[in-house]
Write a protein that binds this ligand. Structure first.
Ligand code: SF4
Length: 418
């Protein structure tokens, strides 16, 4: 019988993501979404810490030092195609297997790499991907506490100076405009930029009660209904007659966003979706300080929700350095105030500052575009970078984790999160 070697080479595939918090381990296959989660012993902690800290996905282990649990995990890793081991006679036979920086999604980042490239970046404008134009003249608390629901005032036009300022941005193909649905504003844009630009690249967000005011929508073939987002606020006096008359004709193509705050409104939303065959919809729960249990039931995520869809290596890498929800978004008000997050302080005024300067300010002095889950409790959680980035909603209600995970983990006996 052949003698066993003294050493093994234990290695992981480059698409395997590791999260290790105390003795809580998660190994995640970024190709098919399979994972291994366990509370591990010291021998395992040592092996997986090595992978993370050395930035090297292969290591030499003495067979005698490999605990029973580590063997079990190695076999699970093999079965899920996330890595394997092979026998070696000495440490010299191990091929070091390191990551190029851009792929290193396990790297512990002390400084944000995007911040450090800013000094040499000459065209920050290329970071913008969406501009929200708000025809609002005043900031009203109710309007700004609901993320998806914009209230509008009619007949407010953007100043020509504002249009001139954003002129060069409009010409960039990558930018999407999100306009609240005021007809006069749309007409103004059509005059300024031409019908084709407006039809193809502007998304209209409109409250269902105001949809009849958008004349463009009634012109046959003039608008792609897929670029239409209809917001239905069920928290205050839902007007069913108006909904039936004005809105259901868009049920197959437009995107429907329902705002609700209790079980009764939830049932109403479900019945509207079902009765009128609405195909694309999203339910948003409004937190009103009194509906915590309803909010927890429908908004809080669980492990199942987080791991439901495969999360790619690129997504995990992006989650470690920036906020995919907020990044690249600017909000412009008619008085030229510019925001990178409408619930934050204004960045400055167009006209007094260039767009380039305002973006630089966001990326150096504010933390909307680069806000990651690097604060407690998320920084102690193994799902830290698998979870979607922190949303504006989380900051608004002052709770940085809308999930059941930490409470569940803390109720378990085996964890050592700190
Ligand atoms: S604690 Fe934070 S990172 Fe962990 S699951 Fe909850 S929200 Fe996501």
């Amino acid at each position: 019988m052949k003698n066993k070697t003294i050493f093994i080479c234990f290695y992981l595939e480059t698409y395997t993501y590791i999260a290790l918090k105390g003795n809580h381990l998660l190994l995640y296959n970024t190709i098919d979404g399979k994972y291994i989660e366990d509370f591990i012993d010291q021998s395992c902690v040592k092996a997986f810490s090595y992978f993370i800290n050395s930035k090297c996905y292969s290591q030499c282990l003495k067979r005698a030092d490999v605990s029973k649990q580590l063997w079990k995990i190695i076999y699970k890793i093999r079965n899920k195609f996330m890595g394997d081991y092979y026998p070696v006679n000495s440490a010299h036979e191990i091929l070091p297997f390191s990551f190029p920086f851009s792929m290193d999604f396990n790297l512990q980042k002390d400084n944000n790499p995007l911040r450090s490239t800013l000094q040499t970046e000459t065209n920050l404008i290329t970071y913008i991907n969406t501009i929200h134009i708000y025809p609002l003249s005043s900031k009203n608390e109710k309007e700004y506490t609901s993320i998806y629901f914009y209230e509008y005032e009619d007949e407010i036009l953007l100043k020509e100076a504002t249009l001139n300022q954003i002129d060069s941005l409009v010409k960039m193909q990558s930018i999407i405009f999100q306009l609240p649905g005021i007809d006069s504003l749309i007409s103004q844009f059509i005059t300024f930029y031409g019908e084709q630009v407006i039809k193809n690249r502007i998304i209209i967000n409109t409250n269902y009660r105001r949809i009849y005011k958008i004349k463009l929508l009634s012109e046959v073939g003039s608008w792609n209904p897929e670029n239409l987002n209809i917001f239905i606020d069920l928290t205050s006096n839902f007007d069913k007659a108006c909904f039936i008359q004005e809105v259901i004709k868009y049920a197959k193509k437009a995107n429907f966003y329902f705002l609700l705050e209790n079980g009764r409104q939830y049932k109403l939303a479900k019945s509207l979706i079902c009765d009128y065959n609405i195909e694309k919809y999203q339910l948003t729960v409004y937190y009103n300080n009194m509906n915590l249990s309803f909010f927890e039931k429908y908004v809080y995520s669980d492990q199942k929700d987080i791991l439901k869809y495969t999360i790619s290596k690129q997504d995990i890498f992006a989650n470690t350095i920036l906020n995919k929800i907020n990044f690249g978004q600017l909000f412009i008000l008619p008085d030229n105030r510019v925001y990178s997050n409408i619930n934050d302080r204004c960045l400055g005024f167009l006209g007094q500052k260039t767009i380039q300067e305002l973006i630089y300010k966001e990326m150096t002095q504010r933390n909307n575009w680069l806000k990651t889950r690097n604060k407690k409790p998320c920084k102690n959680c193994i799902y830290q970078y698998l979870c979607p980035p922190p949303s504006i909603y989380e900051s608004m209600i002052g709770k940085m984790n809308l999930c059941h995970i930490i409470e569940k983990t803390n109720n378990g006996k085996k964890t050592s999160m700190d």
